[in-house]
Design a protein around this ligand. Structure first.
Ligand code: SF4
Length: 758
């Protein structure tokens, strides 16, 4: 790709939203969709009879305002609900060689996909085909594989619960647990850490807990861009007296001050100050910080026994306090200060805030989950919360914030390469089919399998696997080795341009569109980041007459493929599920724990909340029934002299790999994405200048020279010794094998790099 240098850089903004937030939400919407369609869609978004925002997984309050969307939600709707379509001529004009030279931004701007297209083996372009032809190809190619494990079925967080449920059922009826998903690349570390320590890999809070908290600690997270409506919840917490601490290498605007565009003070005044304390931590220093705070809490307890720890809670519900206390007694303060880049006084202040607060929420995102030591770091959050009983109490808890609308729901529905035996037993009993028991492949494992020739076919229910995964060059080469790639998509992205020998694109309905099946209009369901499940109903006519829903595509694919397998079509009534999604939900009710009476519960005003032992009753479904305080060895990232630690970030005009515009308003970057943000003192120390052009080289033990070329150096107030560049472009720097311990999430934070002037 040609470097995309920005036209202009300015100092970063000190606050988020306000009038510019409204303008940047509404102007593109009206331009892209027209005023009537914009009003209809935006005002029904995140409302009871409307559709769920397809962007992040932030929850909805019970008391809804007329406008329950943010700037980035509006951008996501505008992107999906454009009337622009990719017509038949497009495919004639743009062979794959051409599509491969295009940026994610250009691909996404071409409009909605409206007809199935096929690239035959040996051909250099897609041609339109009928749905019957597409399913016949699927039946022949997937049906003809020697072994079901030669196929992998990837899912993105856009898929509804119904689509996810039938998709995993199809994969398992086909005979494989190869169900990689986008969660493997984001919050897998969270699931692993919480699952091991408290028995449930999900947030222990509800939406209302934010308003009840005394202290909210936000770590490795940029809510102003990635879940902007969270700022409203934080503002409410501040109004109720909470204090807030932001822990981040970058002073993001949305951590500092919020001008709520739905209030006069937000539109015309100074808005609300958010962070009372900003800890500008060095990349990879979070685990050291958490240990240092826990150590101070334990010291305070030792100085005044019985006054700091929640002994009643610890005695009744946890194990491991003595081991943790002994381990932290040896914590080396100097090592902590080096790893964090903070002062002892700063850490003291956070510890004092923590001890003073009765109800504490710690919230985090990918700034924590994408490190080698991500899982032990999140376990240290659990340690800190448990010490003072901050789990299973109103206004307190662990709050991972998921980045894609239904990524959590998809996992609940069985999209995981290692679902527990109880789930697989229930699936077998419900459908009368044998399901495979061996764990399947995760995302990195799938790419490795494709590279080695073991995985010959990839089906993707949404997403942009090759754009999102690390080591772009290796991933693209691996995709090219497959016999067949299948994308079930609304719009074009890189994964439609980098394909197997044969490829299919199957266009599907978006969330905004009415989904009609033989039994009438359908609703689908989703789960947000705090385990609330609710309905979503499309509001506008589909952009093309040939579009099928995800459920229809998956169930028809299942019928075509299974009929061609040695065991024949099997007993599952796929057609009934396509006809009426209530049938899918009846199955979900009998298979998925907590979803009993699903059809009735999702039709309640605000849906329902999935049960969660630690949150609801301090019941911990671990093997010994206790929450575990754990001992984790500190292993800070070593950065040699003359090198920087680089993290990947998303711009404000971006959602995952989707690039809405080439700007990053809050960070002051305009008209281009090829930048590397570096502290001004590091710029000088490296002998560079603001505005210089550099190639960014990552340094790994394998000796491969991975390079991100032509980046403009932007002197920026990040932490000393740290740098940042945009995802997905900077994925080229991270080897496929560089993954977090236990979770196998690609490590795209704290990458050791050197900058070479061009
Ligand atoms: S906060 Fe997230 S879910 Fe809510 S409107 Fe914004 S992007 Fe959509």
């Amino acid at each position: 790709m040609t470097p995309d240098r920005p036209k202009e850089t300015r100092p970063p903004k000190q606050w988020a939203a306000g009038v510019p937030g409204v303008v940047h939400a509404l102007v593109p919407a009206v331009r892209g969709m027209g005023p009537a369609r914009s009003a209809k869609l935006l005002l029904s978004m995140n409302h009871r009879d409307g559709f769920d925002c397809m962007s992040c997984a932030w929850p909805d309050p019970d008391r809804r305002k007329p406008a329950e969307f943010c700037e980035n939600g509006a951008k996501a709707v505008t992107w999906e609900a454009t009337p622009l379509v990719v017509d038949a001529q497009f495919w004639a004009d743009h062979p794959l060689d051409d599509l491969r030279t295009r940026s994610e931004h250009w691909l996404g701007q071409q409009g909605r996909l409206v007809e199935p297209v096929h690239k035959a083996a040996g051909s250099d372009r897609y041609v339109p085909v009928s749905w019957d032809e597409a399913f016949a190809i699927l039946g022949d190619r997937l049906g003809g594989l020697d072994d079901p494990d030669q196929a992998a079925f990837y899912t993105s967080g856009r898929a509804s619960n119904e689509a996810a449920f039938v998709y995993q059922l199809f994969a398992r009826a086909f005979g494989t647990n190869n169900l990689p998903d986008c969660s493997n690349m984001c919050h897998e570390s969270t699931g692993a850490a919480l699952g091991e320590t408290i028995g449930v890999g999900k947030a222990t809070i509800t939406y209302d807990d934010f308003a009840r908290a005394d202290l909210i600690v936000i770590m490795g997270q940029n809510p102003g861009t990635n879940h902007p409506r969270m700022l409203t919840a934080l503002e409410e917490a501040k109004e109720n007296g909470a204090s807030m601490v932001a822990v981040n290498p970058l002073p993001e605007a949305g951590l500092m001050r919020y001008k709520n565009p739905q209030t006069v003070r937000g539109l015309a005044g100074r808005g609300t100050q958010l962070a009372d304390q900003f800890l500008q931590i060095r990349l990879g220093g979070d685990m050291a910080l958490l240990q240092a705070v826990s150590r101070r809490v334990l010291d305070a307890e030792a100085a005044a026994p019985g006054t700091v720890l929640d002994h009643a809670f610890l005695d009744a519900h946890t194990s491991g306090l003595a081991e943790l206390t002994a381990h932290l007694a040896d914590l080396d303060e100097e090592a902590v200060l080096t790893a964090t880049g903070l002062t002892s006084a700063e850490i003291d202040e956070l510890a004092q805030r923590y001890v003073r607060a009765e109800r504490v929420i710690v919230t985090w995102a990918m700034g924590l989950t994408q490190h080698t030591k991500a899982v032990p770091t999140i376990k240290e959050i659990v340690n800190l919360l448990l010490l003072r009983g901050n789990i299973g109490r109103p206004g307190a808890g662990a709050s991972p914030i998921r980045g894609h609308s239904n990524v959590q729901g998809d996992r609940t529905m069985g999209i995981w390469e290692q679902m527990p035996p109880e789930f697989l037993d229930a699936l077998e009993a419900e459908f009368g089919i044998p399901v495979p028991r061996e764990h399947g492949l995760d995302t990195v494992g799938t790419v490795e399998g494709m590279a080695a020739g073991r995985v010959r076919a990839l089906v993707a229910l949404g997403g942009n696997l090759v754009g999102a995964v690390s080591d772009t060059a290796a991933a693209e080469e691996a995709l090219g080795r497959t016999d067949l790639t299948v994308q079930i998509s609304t719009k074009l992205n890189r994964s439609h341009a980098v394909v197997g020998r044969e490829a299919l694109i199957l266009p599907t309905l978006g969330r905004t569109e009415i989904d009609r099946q033989a039994s009438g209009e359908q609703l689908v369901t989703v789960e947000d980041t705090v385990c609330a499940v609710h309905a979503s109903r499309g509001k506008v006519e589909p952009v093309g007459p040939a579009l099928l829903s995800e459920v229809a595509i998956v169930t028809r694919m299942a019928r075509a493929v299974l009929a061609a397998r040695p065991g024949g079509p099997g007993p599952v009534d796929w057609a009934a599920m396509e006809r009426d999604y209530d049938v899918v939900r009846e199955h979900i009710a009998r298979v998925v724990p907590g979803c009993e009476d699903y059809n009735a519960k999702v039709r309640r005003t605000h849906g329902f909340r999935l049960p969660h032992g630690p949150r609801d009753s301090r019941t911990f479904p671990t093997p010994d029934g206790r929450a575990h305080l754990t001992v984790n060895e500190l292993a800070p990232v070593v950065c040699p002299p003359g090198r920087l630690l680089l993290q990947t970030i998303r711009s404000h005009d971006q959602f995952n790999t989707t690039i809405y515009r080439r700007d990053d308003r809050y960070r002051g970057i305009k008209g281009g994405r090829s930048v590397v943000l570096v502290h001004p003192d590091d710029v000088a120390e490296l002998g560079l200048a603001d505005g210089a052009t550099v190639d960014v080289h990552s340094e790994y033990a394998d000796g491969v020279d991975r390079v991100l070329r032509g980046q403009r150096v932007v002197a920026y107030p990040t932490a000393r010794g740290c740098a940042a560049a945009y995802f997905p472009e900077a994925n080229v720097l991270v080897p496929l094998g560089a993954t977090a311990e236990t979770s196998r999430t690609p490590v795209s934070k704290a990458v050791v790099v050197r900058l070479e002037p061009v």
